[in-house]
Design a protein around this ligand. Structure first.
Ligand SMILES: NC(=O)c1ccc[n+]([C@@H]2O[C@H](COP(=O)([O-])OP(=O)(O)OC[C@H]3O[C@@H](n4cnc5c(N)ncnc54)[C@H](OP(=O)(O)O)[C@@H]3O)[C@@H](O)[C@H]2O)c1
Length: 323
């Protein structure tokens, strides 16, 4: 078998972004130091965090413990974090990354993403950090008249200031990217979006990859992390126990999770599974050195049903962001 790539080379810097990383959403800050340390020990080199996950202090402790113990050097790691909606304005982008860096105890991140193309009203970190979707005491989103081009220009300055090696976006669609391409000095290195067999976004992925922008899938296990968050997450048939995925897993001697992750990396789409269990951490990383047959890929492709779980509307927000 030909040598399989375990990373994607990013535009502009040529940095090697691992195809498998570790996701930090929904890890309690108090568990984060051990979890991230264990993930690095298990072999993860990409850590995908965000200010809004409210655990950057723990993430940083886990990273710095692994570095201190000589398990990795800082330059072996690819640390990702994200700019929250309340900090899109010109004067708030740099302080936002500075806060993330301070919380993590790091000098730079490898990739900084605009989390959502949704500028919302600034919330002073001294009052509440991080701001949420909805301002305290309000029932609907308070938008800020802050254009993405202003935010992106500030993101580009983070590259010049060497606090972010690469910059990118998350939850953007083709229209938002096309607009960004018309004025950017630095093209986004990556796009991070929800992707799994129930929501494959084939046309988006292929077009974005053709533009030289790497694609990262979040929520590779579909409804798994949305069961307690929405009716859609609760009622959808779990992908990990779907009979087709289970059948492919037992025929190939792999776990259902490995089948779903492998399906993604075979599209050259990076994955960032999260698990609190060390055994799962290890197997989720072990998805190279074998391939899914085309007939199995074709069968998984038939599971498409346009089911989006990280949907602002299903959270009760008055924002059909993906329409
Ligand atoms: N940019 C964005 O807007 C955005 C949105 C959502 C997520 N993300 C990123 O993407 C990452 C991953 O997405 P996600 O957190 O939605 O979830 P995910 O990785 O798709 O799924 C996590 C769920 O699957 C379970 N799991 C993990 N490995 C398993 C295995 N081998 N067998 C069975 N169950 C397994 C986990 O349980 P245990 O922990 O108990 O193992 C957890 O319940 C996030 O952590 C975050 O970094 C980004």
């Amino acid at each position: 078998m030909a040598q399989q790539q375990t990373h994607i080379e990013l535009n502009r810097t040529g940095d090697k972004m691992p195809l498998v990383g570790f996701g930090c959403w929904k890890i309690d800050d108090s568990d984060c130091e051990d979890t991230i340390y264990n993930a690095i020990k298990a072999g993860y080199r990409l850590i995908d965090g965000a200010a809004v996950y409210e655990n950057e202090v723990g993430v940083g402790r886990g990273i710095n413990k692994a570095i201190k113990e000589g398990i990795v050097k800082r330059e072996d790691l690819f640390v990702v974090t994200k700019l929250w909606n309340t900090y899109h304005q010109k004067d708030h982008v740099r302080p936002a990354i500075d806060r993330s860096l301070k919380d993590m105890g790091l000098d730079y991140v490898d990739l900084y993403l605009i989390h959502f193309p949704v500028p919302t009203k600034y919330v002073d970190p001294a009052v509440k950090y991080p701001g949420g979707w909805i301002e305290e005491g309000k029932e609907t989103i308070s938008y800020e008249r802050s254009p993405i081009h202003v935010c992106w220009a500030e993101m580009e300055k983070l590259v010049d200031a060497k606090v972010a090696r690469n910059i990118g976006v998350s939850n953007f669609n083709v229209m938002a990217l096309l607009d960004l391409f018309t004025y950017c000095r630095y093209k986004p290195a990556t796009l991070q979006v929800e992707l799994h067999p129930y929501l494959q976004q084939k046309r988006l992925v292929e077009w974005v990859q053709k533009q030289g922008v790497a694609v990262t899938a979040y929520s590779s296990f579909g409804p798994a992390s949305y069961v307690t968050m929405s009716d859609e997450g609760k009622t959808a048939k779990p992908l990990l126990s779907h009979e087709l995925v289970q059948d492919i897993a037992s025929r190939t001697g792999k776990s259902p999770a490995q089948v779903l992750l492998r399906w993604s990396v075979q599209r050259n789409v990076a994955v960032i599974p999260k698990s609190m269990h060390q055994e799962r951490m290890k197997t989720n990383l072990d998805i190279f050195g074998w391939t899914l047959d085309q007939k199995d890929v074709d069968a998984i492709n038939k599971l498409e049903m346009g089911a989006r779980f990280n949907d602002t509307v299903t959270y009760g927000l008055d924002l059909p962001l993906f329409d």
